[in-house]
Design a protein around this ligand. Structure first.
Ligand SMILES: O=C(O)CCCC[C@@H]1SC[C@@H]2NC(=O)N[C@@H]21
Ligand code: NA
Length: 577
């Protein structure tokens, strides 16, 4: 079937896609014109802290379940088998720890941004560095999320690429700017339903067209696509139970524990209990989302296993092969793809606008009126929307498999941020110099590792999903040849990307503790060194930077100052761990 001349879409398909965009716009307009009409930042950025656990839980899933997962996971399963499915084991601790450790801390501090915690615990400098790191991570991730569906569609169906990117970006920017967090959460709910429906449709039709469940199972079994429990402890093995089930926990904590997009949803819950319940409710839906995308990959394998060829847009090709001729279903899948993208991008816009407002602008202009602050938040959401379109173009140049790109970004940038928060929450003697140096060192090591791994990619042919036309036969032949085990630095570069979050988080904590120890226990040590290090800075800046921690304080005094939080119930001051 030559994609170019196939008439994939009937009128009804375009109608369904248009209805999705219109419904999202409608929800945005509804929240722009109802309630407090988005006149305060409390409503625009925090949804008046009035949300129930059901919409919050569906919105939590939608935020980090984009077209990357919908396209990338089936391609992963088709190429490497179901080993990736073990990431589901990471969801247990990956949601339990946020529910019982991170949510209570953020909720009881009544912050709007997770990074306010960093100023309370450390210093303003740490908060600002954390905020910029988060912005960097989400802007790149947004670019991948906008680009993926448009590029995949264009390649298979000739669907207009940049027109789609523009339509997606503008619709998303509009309803996020008009309706604030309430609109983002309720569009996420609607888009998550569309996402599941679209994947389900492809699976049902795919199984039916591939000869039924028994036939599909036989083919995937013969094609040894059902991976066993791989307990290989080698950290350079790309996907094993350890890299996915344990390394994946750090990935989940960096997203569902400390990522502003998720923290903001916890904080928009009407009570702390609702927030914890929403975190629990994420578990079954996330497992369902993972199962749907993995099963879609298996059905795709059963369908094409005798052809053994692969190219980047294999998944869209498979979907169109299954659904064309069934009016409305191709449109449903396009709606599913763009629902996945829109729900992630709108969460990113809104969280970026929130941290820019709360962490970077408001502290500089405390006297700013509520009306002006809300207007500025809307302008920020709009500007991030336009920035994201630019990032989409950058993704065009990346070329790696989109799932791997997204997970590497989370590992390289989300890992250090997770380390920063862990340093603050679990190590009372960590100080702000330690936090600052730890974060910077963690990011440097993370990018050294990430870029090094790309430059030193092993001579083995790229895995199938990276778009080479290698057939599985050639791939198997190469896999069997035992390439000389890399040693030293090459071994460091071949660390599985699923360990990036855990590795970078640990780096930040270790370096943070060492520097804290040096600067606190022996205050005279690092201070003059820092002074010399920043000798090029003007005196006032040097003073400000080098004594980000009032060194005179003892560690215990600092703990008393920070670890006592505002009472949850009047009259009661809770000590935090
Ligand atoms: O889908 C994306 O946009 C990013 C890839 C998935 C991100 C992680 S993987 C573990 C967790 N489960 C999800 O569905 N999303 C996050
Ligand atoms: Na999404």
């Amino acid at each position: 079937m030559d994609p170019s001349d196939q008439k994939f879409f009937t009128v009804i398909d375009y109608v369904i896609f248009a209805v999705l965009l219109a419904a999202s716009m409608g929800i945005g307009l509804y929240y722009a014109l109802s309630g407090g009409r988005q006149r305060t930042t409390q409503e625009f950025l925090m949804a008046d802290r009035s949300m129930g656990c059901l919409p919050v839980s569906l919105s939590l899933i939608a935020s980090f379940q984009s077209a990357v997962a919908i396209i990338g996971v089936p391609a992963e399963i088709y190429t490497h088998g179901t080993q990736y499915w073990f990431i589901g084991c990471a969801y247990i601790l990956g949601l339990f720890i946020p529910a019982h450790i991170f949510i209570p801390v953020f909720y009881r501090l009544r912050v709007s941004s997770a990074y306010q915690y960093l100023e309370l615990r450390f210093s303003k400098a740490v908060r600002i560095c954390g905020t910029f790191t988060f912005i960097f991570q989400m802007v790149i991730y947004m670019g991948v999320c906008v680009y993926t569906p448009a590029f995949a569609l264009n390649a298979v169906t000739g669907f207009e690429l940049w027109g789609t990117v523009l339509a997606t970006g503008l619709v998303c920017t509009l309803y996020t700017t008009l309706g604030g967090l309430k609109a983002v959460i309720w569009t996420d709910v609607f888009q998550t339903v569309v996402m599941f429906a679209g994947q389900l449709a492809v699976i049902v039709v795919g199984v039916q067209k591939t000869g039924g469940v028994a036939d599909v199972w036989r083919k995937v079994w013969e094609g040894n696509r059902i991976s066993g429990l791989d307990l290989n402890p080698d950290p350079t093995e790309r996907h094993t139970f350890w890299t996915l089930g344990v390394g994946g926990v750090f990935l989940m904590l960096s997203l569902y524990g400390v990522n502003q997009a998720q923290v903001q949803r916890y904080l928009s819950s009407r009570t702390e209990k609702e927030a914890v319940r929403s975190c629990y409710m994420v578990f079954p839906s996330l497992q369902l989302a993972l199962a749907l995308s993995c099963v879609m990959g298996l059905v795709m394998f059963a369908r094409y296993y005798m052809f053994i060829v692969c190219f980047p847009q294999m998944v869209i090709y498979f979907v169109m092969d299954m659904l064309h001729g069934l009016p409305g279903l191709p449109g449903l899948f396009i709606a599913c793809l763009f629902s996945a993208a829109l729900s992630t991008i709108s969460s990113a816009f809104n969280s970026l606008a929130t941290v820019t407002m709360e962490d970077l602008i408001k502290p500089q202009y405390p006297a700013m009126t509520e009306a002006r602050a809300t207007l500025l938040s809307k302008v920020l959401a709009m500007s991030y929307g336009l920035l994201c379109l630019a990032m989409a173009y950058l993704t065009h140049l990346m070329g790696d498999s989109v799932l791997q790109v997204a997970l590497k970004i989370f590992g390289m940038v989300g890992g250090p941020i997770l380390g920063l928060f862990c340093l603050g929450m679990f190590f009372p003697w960590a100080n702000s110099i330690g936090a600052l140096v730890g974060l910077c060192a963690g990011l440097v090591v993370a990018f050294w590792l990430g870029i090094g791994s790309i430059l030193n990619r092993s001579t083995r042919p790229l895995p199938l999903e990276c778009g080479t036309n290698a057939t599985i036969a050639i791939q198997t032949a190469f896999n069997n040849t035992t390439l000389s085990q890399p040693s030293g630095l090459k071994r460091f570069y071949s660390l599985s990307y699923m360990w990036y979050s855990g590795f970078n988080c640990t780096t930040v904590i270790l370096i943070g503790l060492i520097i804290s120890f040096l600067t606190d226990v022996m205050p005279g040590t690092l201070y003059p060194l820092l002074g010399k290090l920043f000798c090029f800075l003007p005196e006032h800046l040097k003073k400000k930077l080098c004594c980000v921690t009032p060194l005179g304080q003892t560690v215990s005094e600092r703990i008393d100052l920070i670890m006592v939080v505002q009472p949850c119930n009047p009259g009661e001051t809770e000590m935090m761990f």
